[in-house]
Every structure is written in C-alpha cells, then in structure tokens.
Write a protein that binds this ligand. Structure first.
Ligand code: CAP
Ligand code: MG
Length: 425
C-alpha cells in the first residue's frame, strides 16, 4: 500500500493532521502511519479492494526534515484524510483512527501530533460551546475585565459546611467564580449533594450582600450515569455552571454531557493532560486537544499561565488561546500548522490558573488580554490575612491590570493587595 503523494493539494473537505516523527526512514514511517491510521496494516491484504483504496486512502502530502538524532531523522509530516474514513459526530471513533495505534508502532522513535485541520463538514457535526465568551460575560454581567476565580483549598478534606464558608468568603472578598478542585467529587467527608446545596445557600447570601452575580462551579466528574445524576441536581438547583475533568472522563463523556443539553456552562479542567501533551517526542499537543474540546462543546478551558507553576511557554499558550477564541486562525508553522476556520462555532473562555497570585496578574493580562478567567487557589487562601483578604487582593490586582494601573499604585488604596505583594515577592 502506498500513501505517499508529496505535493498533493488537500481538498477543503479533508481532515488534515500534522505531526513530528522520529524514525530512521521518514518516508517509510509516514507511509506506515498513514496506513495504520486508516485502511492498512503491516502487510499487503488479499481482502483489500481497489475501491476501498481509492475512496478511503489518506495521502501523505508533505514531509519536511527538521533535524536528526543519531541514525534517526526528525521530520514534520502532514496527512490528508478523506472524511468518509470517519463517522460524523463520533470523536472517539475518529481519534481511534488518526490518534490511535500509530503511537505504538515499533518503527517509530517518536511521534507527536501537533495540530489538526477540521473541515466545515466535520465541524458542522459537533455541538460546539453553548455560551461562548459573550454568553458568559452576559451571564455574569462582567463586560470588560478578566473574571476572578478561585478554587477552594485544601483541594479535598474540608466538610461541606467548611467548604461553603470558604466559598462565601471568596465571593465576599470579590471573586466572581468559585470552583471545586479537580479531585474533589463526593468523598465521604464532603458529599456532592451536601456541598451543592450548602454552597448555593452561601452564594445567594454573597449575591445579596455584594449586589454582584456570583458563580459556583461544582465538580460533577464521576462515572457517566452518576455524572448525569449530579448534572440534573445542578440544573434543578438553578446552578449555572458545572465543572468536568475532561481528560480523565474521556472524549465520549465530554461529547455526551454537552449533547445532553443541560442548562449550565461547562468548565473544562484538564487534569492529566500533561501525561499526553508534555513530552515533545510523544503524544498530542494541548493545542490539538483544545481544538477537539472546542468541537465537543466545553465553554471554558484551562490552557496555562506561562508565569505560574505549570509548564507551557508563552507562544504555545497564546496559540492555544487563538485556537479556542478566534473565528479564523492563521497558521504560524511553529505551534499552529494549519489555517483553521471555525464557521461560526462558538468560542471558549480561556482559563489561566496554576500558581497564580496578585503579582503575576499584570503579566497574565499582558499575555491574554482581558478575555481570560484568572484563577488563584493558594494565591487567595494562602494570603496572610485569610480568604477574604486574598480575594480582595486578587480582585484589586485584576481590576488594576485591566485598567493599566500599576499594582503598587493600586496597593496604596487596597491594603490587602499591599500585603500580598509583600508576602509573595
Ligand atoms: C490551581 C489548581 C488547578 C491548576 C491546574 C491546582 O491551584 O487548582 O488545578 O491550575 O493546572 O490544583 O493546582 P493553585 P492547569 O492556584 O493553588 O495553584 O490550569 O495548568 O490545568
Ligand atoms: Mg486544582
């Protein structure tokens, strides 16, 4: 089977994949990847039919050598797949092909998928985000500045009353959003239902006292039927948000929970992503995953901070931001390898979180602009004067950064910010 057709011009309705490959023979590796991810296997098939080959074979249309390591070559490979290879609106099935067996091929010494180009016919099959950035800003009635979020800490261990009190103090100090941590679900010391109703009571109290819209994002991550049960409780309780851990849940659960059409914003936490995205030699880029999650329909997605505790360089984080925020994305051949149009599919609110504290906020706003949800857990609940002070300091730093006011100047009128700037140098 031959899939090499260097110079082939992909059709507008083909799904394109760009990957970096390390192997002794790049042409053979690219050819084997194309076959193994579509119609082929390791040997010629007596059962192969010419119409199958003609109709469904992908084409390796570009191989660009970019380096070498010992007797291995390193190259960028681009493959064009006919859409008929895939079932419409079946993301697990699609990824089992284009991102399945190929990572295990013995002949490869490295394989990392960098980007996909999804054609309109493919995009039109998926729900996409329900709200978009504008929809979320309207829901919260926060039109300009970044949203201020926190994560109740300790991650797990508080009972539901203690959890709800930390949430209340976060809202009282100025947070817009309070979320559960990624590993807080329904442990014996903090059952989901107890927490949900207690936190919502305190949310209502915080709203009436502050006059501001306040958001609670309960983590509904669980086995699928239980997650749906929790989602129904969230919706019945008129809670406008739910959080899901998208990577550990899997693509099918993410696609399905969106398609259930619950009346809440879906916040996507990406715990475990780095097991797949961090290696530069194997796996799939966070950019490629982010595009998939936009298709599946999450409304908010963690994409990094550049300056906080998690890895992710500025250019890469900004490219991911482009892919989930913009309608038309231009390739840069560094992180974005395809021009990608989204054909009106709603955009996704970027979430910047992980080791954030007030002093980092101006840099984060400088990187993201104002269309970002900035979350701080330790950076609020670790404030020397406690959660309310920590939330005040974060809210003040975000308002200052959004208005271009130097933090030290703002700190003169907000003592909690002054203390945070002194405490976390
Ligand atoms: C942040 C956080 C988030 C990370 C996830 C944590 O807490 O709650 O899960 O932001 O990383 O548990 O670390 P802190 P990412 O503010 O206390 O660091 O957003 O990169 O997926
Ligand atoms: Mg967390």
């Amino acid at each position: 089977m031959d899939y090499l057709e260097i110079g082939y011009v992909p059709k507008d309705n083909e799904l394109l994949s760009c990957m970096v490959v390390k192997a002794e023979n790049l042409e053979k590796a690219a050819n084997d990847i194309a076959g193994e991810s579509s119609i082929g296997t390791w040997t010629e098939l007596k059962t192969m039919k010419s119409e199958v080959y003609e109709k469904l074979r992908p084409r390796v249309y570009e191989i660009k050598e970019i380096g070498s390591e010992g007797n291995n070559k390193i190259g960028l490979v681009k493959i064009a797949y006919p859409l008929d290879d895939f079932e419409p609106n079946n993301m697990p099935g699609t990824l089992a092909g284009i991102a399945g067996n190929i990572f295990g091929m013995k002949s490869l010494k490295g394989l990392r998928i960098l980007d996909f180009r999804f054609p309109k016919e493919f995009i039109d099959c998926y729900s996409g985000p329900k709200y978009g950035i504008d929809g979320i800003r309207n829901l919260l009635n926060v039109k300009e500045r970044p949203l201020v979020g926190t994560i109740v800490k300790p991650k797990v261990g508080l009972n539901s009353e203690e959890h709800a009190k930390v949430a209340y103090n976060s809202w009282a100090g100025g947070c817009d959003i309070v979320k559960d941590d990624e590993n807080l679900v329904s442990q014996n010391f903090n059952k989901f239902e107890d927490r949900l109703y207690k936190v919502l009571e305190y949310r209502d109290k915080a709203e009436s006292e502050t006059g501001e819209k306040k958001i609670y994002m309960p983590n509904i991550t669980a086995s699928y039927r239980e997650m749906v049960r929790r989602a129904e409780l969230v919706e019945d309780a008129k809670c406008e948000y739910a959080m899901i851990d998208v990577v550990v849940l899997g693509f099918s659960a993410v696609q399905q929970i969106r398609e259930e059409g619950f009346d809440f914003v879906i916040h996507a936490h990406r715990a475990m992503h780095a097991a797949i995205t961090r290696s530069k030699e194997w796996g799939i880029s966070m950019l490629a995953l982010a595009k998939i999650y936009r298709l599946l329909g999450v409304d908010q997605l963690h994409i990094g901070t550049v300056v906080g505790k998690m890895e992710g360089v500025k250019e890469e984080v900004c490219s991911i931001r482009d892919e989930i925020v913009l309608e038309d994305v231009e390739k840069d051949d560094k992180y974005k390898f395809f021009d990608q149009k989204w054909y009106g599919l709603n955009n996704v609110f970027p979430v910047s979180s992980g080791g954030v504290y007030p002093k980092l906020v101006p840099e984060i706003v400088n990187i993201f602009g104002n269309d970002v949800i900035i979350q701080a857990g330790g950076g609020i609940h670790g404030h020397p004067d406690g959660t309310v002070a920590g939330a005040r300091a974060m809210r003040a730093s975000i308002e200052a950064a959004a208005e271009g006011i130097p933090l030290n100047e703002k700190a003169e009128e907000v003592p909690e910010l002054k203390k945070a700037l002194e405490y976390w140098k």
